[in-house]
Design a protein around this ligand. Structure first.
Ligand SMILES: Cc1cc2nc3c(=O)[nH]c(=O)nc-3n(C[C@H](O)[C@H](O)[C@H](O)COP(=O)(O)OP(=O)(O)OC[C@H]3O[C@@H](n4cnc5c(N)ncnc54)[C@H](O)[C@@H]3O)c2cc1C
Length: 394
């Protein structure tokens, strides 16, 4: 790890504790699962198996304040914990409850909401999914049309969300909805909905490799109580922006990317790759090093919230472009084997869950094409960086 020699004694001790924990708990089956991860979130059961190992130390909510049941680690310790897990090939822990909505409830929730929701997220009783995007509202998120109409003591929701990752596993969904017809941001509200509410249906969307990670979620006269709004009515845009900033900036991908690049390097040595190939590896290695510095310096010493300089946006652009470049090198090494495994209809072989039978790295290549789109496309991140910078120039 970069900068390891610069760590203070307590942080070095903490890193040793993390490494000892991983040595003891991360078994070969879990590592194999991560190395073969076909889709971004990976296999649900395996991800939860790793989560169960983190839970006794509260390392699944390492960054939450102790007052809310977290481990209360500082930003650097949280970084070290996540970096090492990625580097060693630990499964990706699903972030929707633990990293997205949990901290957002801590920031915007009423005391009653915190008491009701946070322990259930920590204990794994609730699995969340994110209902932001719609067919007419992706980059232009404020254009959501799903409408929550106030009727007496309730809000009644009608509309549809799309690209909802993990909706098939989730028992809760957080949504950005419209509570007034006007086309203004203060007409938007943030709601927390039970997936088993009458009127909700979920339809699967298959990925290119056949995997089922995404869904469409339909709301047909779904009733919720006013207490299910997070933040006041009309404040949904501010709540969503807060959550999105966490989504874009609060991951630690450096370790995971390093591991993937190391696998490419091993394969390239075995295949005696060309000097041109090694040139690409060298460029990637340098860019990854720069990314790691950025992730550590700006993202995690600042808890992923360096809004003024667009840190979260920068981190999102960089990791997603690096992962695609690593995939491209993998594809170059695979060469003819890639054609053989082509997911054209002629060659399709479906696994028991409907996934197309192809090597994990190839499914992952297809899935990662979306990395520069989800969480807000990279073009939009660049626009936001410009907007943030322009503010500082004034
Ligand atoms: C794998 C995957 C998982 C996802 N998971 C979720 C989820 O769990 N929950 C959820 O709510 N959403 C999810 N999404 C949706 C994701 O957030 C949107 O796809 C993304 O915000 C882009 O929106 P869009 O698809 O509508 O594309 P559009 O907004 O239609 O954009 C199309 C293209 O135009 C470009 N573009 C648009 N506007 C501008 C502009 N002003 N300047 C420059 N370029 C522009 C975009 O960059 C993009 O290249 C997921 C998407 C994917 C692919």
């Amino acid at each position: 790890m970069q900068f390891e020699s610069a760590l203070s004694d307590p942080d070095r001790l903490f890193l040793a504790e993390v490494r000892a924990f991983i040595d003891a708990e991360l078994d070969a089956a879990l590592i194999e699962a991560d190395d073969d991860q076909r889709a971004f979130f990976g296999d649900f059961a395996r991800s939860n198996r790793w989560l169960e190992k983190l839970r006794p130390r509260r390392w699944h909510v390492a960054h939450w304040p102790k007052a809310y049941g977290g481990a209360g680690l500082n930003a650097l310790q949280n970084y070290l914990l996540l970096y090492e897990q990625g580097l060693r090939g630990a499964p990706f822990v699903r972030p929707l409850g633990l990293n997205y909505v949990g901290p957002t409830v801590i920031k915007f929730g009423s005391e009653a909401q915190k008491a009701a929701l946070l322990p259930r997220i920590i204990n794994g009783d609730d699995h969340w999914c994110q209902g932001f995007s719609e067919t007419g509202a992706g980059s232009d998120l404020a254009n959501v049309a799903t409408f929550a109409e106030r009727r007496g003591d309730a809000y009644v929701i009608n509309g549809a969300k799309i690209w909802t990752t993990d909706a098939q596993h989730a028992n809760k969904i957080f949504c950005l909805v419209r509570t007034r017809r006007e086309n203004t941001k203060d007409a938007l509200s943030f709601v927390l909905v039970d997936m088993d509410s009458p009127g909700i249906t979920v339809a699967p969307i298959r990925l290119l490799a056949g995997d089922h990670e995404l869904n469409q979620v339909f709301f047909d006269d779904v009733e919720i109580a006013p207490e299910q709004l997070l933040g006041p009515e009309g404040d949904g845009w501010a709540v969503s922006k807060y959550l999105l900033e966490i989504e874009r900036g609060a991951f630690v991908f450096g370790g995971r990317l390093r591991r993937r690049l190391a696998r490419v390097i091993t394969a390239a040595k075995e295949q005696q790759a060309s000097s041109r190939f090694w040139d690409n590896v060298a460029r990637l290695d340098i860019d990854l090093m720069a990314y790691e510095c950025t992730e550590l310096r700006l993202g995690h010493l600042d808890n992923g919230r360096g809004d003024a300089l667009g840190t979260a946006n920068m981190i999102k652009i960089e990791w997603s472009e690096i992962v695609q470049r690593i995939d491209e090198l993998t594809l170059m090494l695979a060469g003819a084997r890639t054609l053989y495994a082509s997911p054209t209809p002629r060659d399709q072989v479906y696994g028991e869950n409907g996934e197309i039978d192809m090597p994990g790295w190839l499914a992952s290549y297809f899935n990662n094409r979306a990395a520069t789109i989800y969480g807000g496309s990279n073009e939009i991140q660049r626009n936001l960086i410009y907007r943030n910078l322009r503010r500082t120039w004034r």
